[in-house]
Every structure is written in structure tokens, then in C-alpha cells.
Design a protein around this ligand. Structure first.
Ligand SMILES: Cc1ncc(COP(=O)(O)O)c(C=O)c1O
Length: 410
């Protein structure tokens, strides 16, 4: 409304890089071994990333969408098997299932943790269910023990979608090591990045071998170059990516601790304001990686719709967004069953318009607010600025309401 903004300085810019990334890239460039079949960067990164996440095996690949799909294929999913996923997640969690020729089945999330609700998973089980994909949304682990119990009882594969959860932990168990398989993304916004990239983690020797084969044109470890044992493609990561990831990995532990410290501090402060509900952190979350800082906002407390509150926060210098505008099961490709060559017979009996996930829908439509991970790499003073901006917008809610009413009448 024309007054001075709470924040005029920029927040920490992402990605962060330095001499080690530059040296790594030049090392690969000048060494002439640019592909993973020739060099040692990707192989070394796989070992170090897997070990840092409590796993014996890591198979790096071109992105975190492919890693989800290949993990499902390695697990031996058959056509028309059902895979339970949350509706509050990125497109890839579902597309990977369809591209593995399996059927995504939605189970709602918990309203306060934003992660898959075990009771909803239980209700979504059928005799066709073969796998579950808990997403550690925003970087907070899903409640894995009840999910693992259900999986054991029903003989299901558990694939953790840990695209947001580098360095996060559940009861001190690293994300990516809790289910049968884990999948991470190194896309440019992620907490560990090489621009694009992904990895599958596992402690299961056989699954690791299958993933390795699937990401390398169906070749087998120690096999002959021109011998392809299963249908697949080339999803290998380049050595340039490997070099950047090796340098980035050196920074991850400290950055994760900093994000977690700042995130916890901000969550505690914001929870004191009326109408703000930061993602609830149960005791089982022993490390939150804060890829996103998420909260629910009760717009009634602010006298104006979420979009108006976010615009006011942005005017105060706080980058923020409403996140997903609608729940994944409402995507046009689900409504239209636009599955390309996949699920040719099954699609006729699928009707995603009947899927009902009220918590996810409510968060998408009305309440969700996201702040990006880069904000949490700064100082406590940065957190105080974010808090102050929310507080100021709340204090000015009468003006915001008047402004919004005026806008509605124009
Ligand atoms: C929850 C989740 N799963 C999977 C992915 C896919 O990763 P990528 O972009 O590397 O394909 C993303 C990426 O944004 C994601 O947020």
C-alpha cells in the first residue's frame, strides 16, 4: 500500500557454487571422459550419496521422474497393478506409475503433516495393490512405520519419493533407506542439484542390479556391451553432472542443518500468529530438509483471500507462492485418461472424477503457502523478517480487507 517494505535485501540465491564445482567441471572437460561408462565421477557420487543416506547402493540417472519409473519397473510391477500415491505431490509421482503401465490410486494426505495418511492408505488397498509411494513432502518424512506395517501385511513394495528429502531422517533413519527403494531428484530447484538428475537408493542387491540394468539399455553388470537383456533405455547421467554433484554433496550436511534450524525457528514463531498453521512436525521427524517451508493459512483471519495475502507478503519482499493450484487427481490427463499407450484396457474402468481427497483439495484450493528452500539458507534475522512480514500483513488486515473489497467491486 505504498509504505516501506519489511524486506528490501535479497534472500540467499540458489544454486550455491564455488571453486570446487568449477574445478570438477574442468577436470571432466580436460580429462576427456565425459560419459559415465568411461569416468569415475558418477560412480563415486553414487557411493557417497548412498552411504550418506544409509544405503549400500545408489544408481544415478537423468532425473527424478525416470528414477521413480525405473524403481517401479525394477520392483517387478505387472500391467494393471495398483500403486497407492498421495494427491498432494508433483506430476511425476503419478506419471511414473502410468509409465510403468500400472494404475495410480490416490489416498489422501493428513491435514496437518501434508503427508500420506496411513488410514487413507489402508482404505485404498485392494487385492490389486502392489506398491506404495509415500512422498516426504517439503522434506518432512512421511510416517513410515505404519506404512511399512501395512506393506508387510499385504506384501507391498514401498518406494519413497524423496525428491524433497535429501538429508532428511525419520527416527534417525535417513530418507531413501526406509522402504525397499528411494528416489531423489537433482533438478535445479532441489536441495542438491546438478541442473537435472536423479538417483535410486536401496539396500537390496537384486533391486540395485535391476535398476542398474534398466538405466543402461538393459545391459547386465559385467555383461557384454552389445547384449541387452530387458527392454529399457539409456538414462545414464553424464560425468559433468557427477562432478557438480560431488562438489554439491560436500555442502549438503551443513546446508541441511541450517535449513532445519531456521525452518524450526520460523515454524515456532509463525504458529503464534492467528490463522497460520505451519506443517506439524511429529517427534518421528528427526531431520526436516525444508525443501519447502509449508503452512496452511486461514484467509478469514486475514480478511482477504489467500491470493491477496500472498500479494501483500510479496510486496513486503517475501517470495512466496500458493503451491499446487489443484490436487493431482484433478489434472486434465487424469480426467481425460490421456495415458498414451499405457493401460490400454484398464483405463475404461478408471474414473478419477470419483476420487475424493478433501484434505489435499482444501490445501490446494484455499490454504497452502510455500516458501522456497533458499530462504532458509540465510540467518535468523532473515527468519525474523519473514515473521515480521506475516505479522504486519495480519496487523493490517482491516486495510487489506478494504482494499480487497474495493478490488472486488471494480
Ligand atoms: C515430489 C517430486 N517427485 C518427483 C519429482 C521429479 O523430479 P525431476 O524433476 O528430477 O524429474 C519432483 C520434482 O519436482 C518432485 O517434486
Amino acid at each position: 500500500m505504498g509504505g516501506p517494505a519489511v524486506r528490501t535485501r535479497p534472500f540467499t540465491v540458489w544454486p550455491i557454487f564455488g571453486r570446487s564445482e568449477e574445478k570438477g567441471l574442468l577436470r571432466v572437460l580436460r580429462g576427456g571422459k565425459w560419459g559415465r561408462l568411461d569416468g569415475t565421477e558418477v560412480a563415486g557420487f553414487e557411493r557417497r550419496f548412498a552411504a550418506a543416506h544409509g544405503c549400500r547402493h545408489g544408481i544415478a540417472m537423468v532425473n527424478g521422474t525416470v528414477s521413480l519409473r525405473l524403481a517401479l519397473m525394477a520392483a517387478g510391477l505387472k500391467a494393471d497393478d495398483e500403486v497407492i500415491i498421495p494427491p498432494y505431490t508433483f506430476f511425476s509421482t503419478a506419471s511414473a506409475v502410468v509409465e510403468a503401465n500400472a494404475v495410480p490410486v490416490f489416498a489422501d494426505i493428513d491435514l496437518v503433516t501434508f503427508n500420506l495418511a496411513p488410514a487413507a492408505v489402508s482404505a485404498a488397498l485392494t487385492r490389486r495393490t502392489r506398491a506404495l509411494i509415500p512422498v516426504h513432502f517439503a522434506g518432512q518424512p512421511a510416517d513410515m512405520d505404519p506404512l511399512l506395517r501395512l506393506a508387510k501385511k499385504h506384501g507391498l513394495i514401498v518406494l519413497e519419493d524423496a525428491a524433497h528429502a535429501h538429508g532428511a531422517s525419520y527416527k534417525n533413519r535417513p530418507a531413501g533407506s526406509i522402504g525397499h527403494l528411494g528416489s531423489f531428484s537433482f533438478q535445479s530447484s532441489k536441495n542438491l542439484t546438478s541442473g537435472e538428475g536423479g538417483i535410486i537408493t536401496t539396500n537390496d542387491e537384486k533391486l540395485a542390479e535391476a535398476c542398474r540394468s534398466l538405466h543402461n539399455c538393459g545391459r547386465v553388470p559385467n555383461g557384454v556391451w552389445y547384449e541387452h537383456h530387458v527392454i529399457s533405455g539409456n538414462y545414464r547421467l553424464s560425468e559433468f553432472h557427477g562432478a557438480v554433484l560431488n562438489a554439491q554433496l560436500e555442502r549438503l550436511a551443513e546446508q541441511t542443518r541450517r535449513r532445519d534450524r531456521n525452518g524450526q525457528y520460523l515454524a515456532a514463531r509463525l504458529a503464534l500468529l492467528p490463522g497460520l498453521y505451519p506443517q506439524k512436525r511429529p517427534a518421528f521427524c528427526t531431520r526436516h530438509s525444508y525443501h519447502l517451508f509449508m503452512l496452511r493459512l486461514d484467509a478469514r483471519e486475514f480478511g482477504a483471500p489467500r491470493a491477496a495475502v500472498l500479494r501483500a507478503l510479496q510486496a513486503e519482499g517475501i517470495p512466496c507462492s500458493p503451491g499446487y493450484g489443484f490436487s493431482l487427481h484433478h489434472q486434465p490427463f487424469f480426467r481425460r485418461r490421456a495415458f498414451g499407450p499405457y493401460l490400454p484396457q484398464t483405463r475404461a474402468r478408471l474414473d478419477y472424477r470419483r476420487t475424493d481427497c478433501p484434505n489435499s483439495e482444501r490445501i490446494c484450493r484455499e490454504e497452502g503457502v510455500w516458501l522456497g528452500q533458499n530462504l532458509f539458507l540465510g540467518s535468523r534475522a532473515d527468519m525474523d523478517d519473514i515473521f515480521r512480514a506475516f505479522e504486519k500483513v495480519h496487523e493490517q488486515r482491516a486495510a487489506l480487507r478494504a482494499l480487497n473489497k474495493g478490488a472486488a467491486h471494480r
